[in-house]
Write a protein that binds this ligand. Sequence first.
Ligand SMILES: Nc1nc2c(ncn2[C@@H]2O[C@H](COP(=O)(O)OP(=O)(O)OP(=O)(O)O)[C@@H](O)[C@H]2O)c(=O)[nH]1
Length: 219
Amino acid sequence: MSMEDYDYLFKIVLIGNAGVGKTCLVRRFTQGLFPPGQGATIGVDFMIKTVEIKGEKVKLQIWDTAGQERFRSITQSYYRSANALILTYDITCEDSFRCLPEWLREIEQYANTTVVTILVGNKIDLLFLLSPPLPGNKIDLVEKREVMRQRAEEFANSQSMLYLETSAKESDNVEKLFLDLACELIRDAKQNTLDNNDTANAMPGEGKTISYLGCCSTN
Ligand SMILES: Nc1nc2c(ncn2[C@@H]2O[C@H](COP(=O)(O)OP(=O)(O)OP(=O)(O)O)[C@@H](O)[C@H]2O)c(=O)[nH]1
């Protein structure tokens, strides 16, 4: 691959429980669609999208991993070279939130110390579900959310992660998710060049912490 097509190349890996919407987030961002009847990912899959940020071409290599436990040993091997991880859960599924500490242990064990991690609560379009109204009744609004935003934000803060809520279905915050990550990675890369410190080749070690990331729009 020639360096001429882009200024930066970053590898982003999506992880999280099965069915939380990782594939749909990737498809929405890379292809602009919400795939109907999306089947479970087998092993890993990847897509590429090049974006332009402040006049610089950024090539994003996006790896979508299977959430199912039986693929864990395959997917773990993709953590190491990731520049960023998108840890995804489903805001309408408490179970997918409760598994987050388990995912964080995986990150600590397999990812690079310099990896940028963002927590994403997906499916915000399911916040309210319109149940079919009975004749003469008012339309019912049903709260589908099982994980309150504040709780998720507090968890993300405690783990020094950014937090974002998305809908792959309605396209809410999906562009923002990937573009903010790209901005953060560019900033890190520039900082590393300044420090003359090639963290891209850093080896994972014991007792890692997850690096804090600020967000493009806030700086
Ligand atoms: N309402 C709603 N449904 C979604 C959204 N994102 C994904 N889904 C649905 O959730 C189901 C699982 O989506 P996937 O993208 O396959 O989930 P995944 O996390 O990639 O699952 P694995 O590949 O098994 O790890 C599918 O039925 C999607 O249509 C969303 O933003 N809103």
